[in-house]
Design a protein around this ligand. Structure first.
Ligand SMILES: C[S@@+](CC[C@H](N)C(=O)[O-])C[C@H]1O[C@@H](n2cnc3c(N)ncnc32)[C@H](O)[C@@H]1O
Length: 368
């Protein structure tokens, strides 16, 4: 098999890939060579493999619409059940060269290479699964992806524009997502929920419900897997779960509300669960994933994470008390005596609880 000039043969998970010698190894994945590949996203792709193995996709058709070297689609096709077809597409001709070579390298007969603008491809035919993985915001591609998803299909979306969503550029968040954001301790959850809420509103425009299967934040990006349902009733049900987070930076107060208050409400955003717990339970961390340790860690946190739409941070509460933060296990033990508490995947010091802030501060003040 001929090599592609300027490429390197690597193994990610259980799949061999040609990738450009010049590629990103970490960070938000700026395009370095002419074809994009980011090593750090291997964890993100591991989760796609795990999800495809947890859902029955027999006889279905998936589209990796912005595939770069094809790493995600080709791994999904290669590392699990092979009884479905995946189209691996990129608008760049140079990327196509990698996609074709990588399909050949892994001897895959359930993969088809394609070289179109994803919006053209999706306007011609729908798929059961559509993956959208652009540089930065997914906004320009969301309408095409929703319209190109079959009834009850699944959307997989990556967004690396975390700064506008998480409150660093609030005006941009209004322009792109039609939502108000704010800089705060729980900004990454706020941003994730604004993005989910945006998807729900876009789907509702087309009389479709949208429900999270697995939505999370990691490293520098948000990742959403959403199940679409073609039904006006389901669209209304999804919209019913939108609301606002009321937040006062002066004292850290936060709560979820269906109502908008112009002084301290942020959103609209998704207030419901971020995970389909049945699917989480059936996701297995197989041998041979690229970053098994990280998959095990995240999966265990998602399984326990409470369905509260914001988190607190141990350091934040301690600084309100002008004290050093207590050890996390001590905090969990003490709060667990009076309420519910769980870890939250957004940061190692993040936690969720059903206690209100006043009670929370009262209890933490006894252990700092
Ligand atoms: C972030 S990279 C994708 C990375 C890839 N999914 C992976 O896991 O390695 C974004 C890719 O989208 C492609 N792209 C940009 N606009 C596109 C469009 N309108 N249709 C199809 N592909 C597009 C770019 O050529 C680029 O390869």
């Amino acid at each position: 098999m001929s090599e592609i000039e300027g490429s390197l043969r690597i193994v990610e998970g259980r799949t061999e890939l040609f990738v450009p010698i010049l590629h990103s190894s970490r960070g938000p994945g700026k395009r370095q060579g002419r074809v994009f590949y980011n090593e750090q996203m291997a964890f993100n792709r591991d989760l796609s493999v795990m999800l495809f193995n947890a859902i029955d996709f027999t006889g279905k058709e998936a589209l990796d619409s912005m595939a770069g070297t094809g790493a995600r689609g080709i791994r999904v096709a290669n590392e699990g059940a092979r009884d479905f077809t995946i189209y691996v597409n990129d608008s760049s001709e140079e990327a196509l060269q990698y996609i074709e070579r990588n399909i050949e390298l892994n001897n895959l007969d359930n993969c088809r290479a394609s070289n179109s603008d994803m919006r053209c491809l999706l306007s011609n035919r729908p798929f059961d699964y559509v993956d959208v993985d652009p540089f930065g915001t997914p906004v320009p591609y969301v309408s095409a992806a929703i319209q190109g998803c079959k009834r009850n299909g699944i959307l997989g979306i990556t967004a690396t524009d975390t700064a506008p969503l998480a409150g660093t550029h609030p005006k941009k968040c209004v322009r792109r997502y039609g939502a108000k954001s704010v800089r705060c301790t729980f900004g990454h959850e706020l941003g994730l929920r604004i993005l989910v809420g945006y998807l729900v509103r876009k789907a509702a425009e087309l009389d479709m419900g949208a429900k999270p299967i697995l939505c999370f934040y990691a490293d520098h990006y948000f990742r959403l897997y959403m199940r679409l349902r073609a039904s006006a009733l389901e669209a209304d049900r999804s919209l019913d779960q939108l609301g606002y987070i009321r937040y006062r930076p002066e004292d850290g107060f936060r709560s979820f509300s269906r109502e908008y208050d112009c002084t301290d409400s942020y959103g609209p955003l998704w207030g419901g669960p971020l995970y389909d717990r049945t699917i989480l339970e059936s996701m297995e961390v197989h041998d041979g994933l690229a970053d098994r340790t990280r998959c095990i860690k995240y999966l265990s946190i998602w399984k326990e994470e409470l369905d509260v739409p914001y988190f607190y941070d141990n350091d934040e509460i301690a600084s309100m008390l002008h004290a050093s933060p207590p050890p996390m296990d001590r905090l969990f033990e003490k709060l667990g005596e009076v309420g519910k508490i769980s870890r939250a995947h957004f940061s190692p010091t993040a936690f969720k609880t059903d206690l209100n802030l006043t009670d929370l501060i009262g209890i933490v003040s006894e252990i700092v």
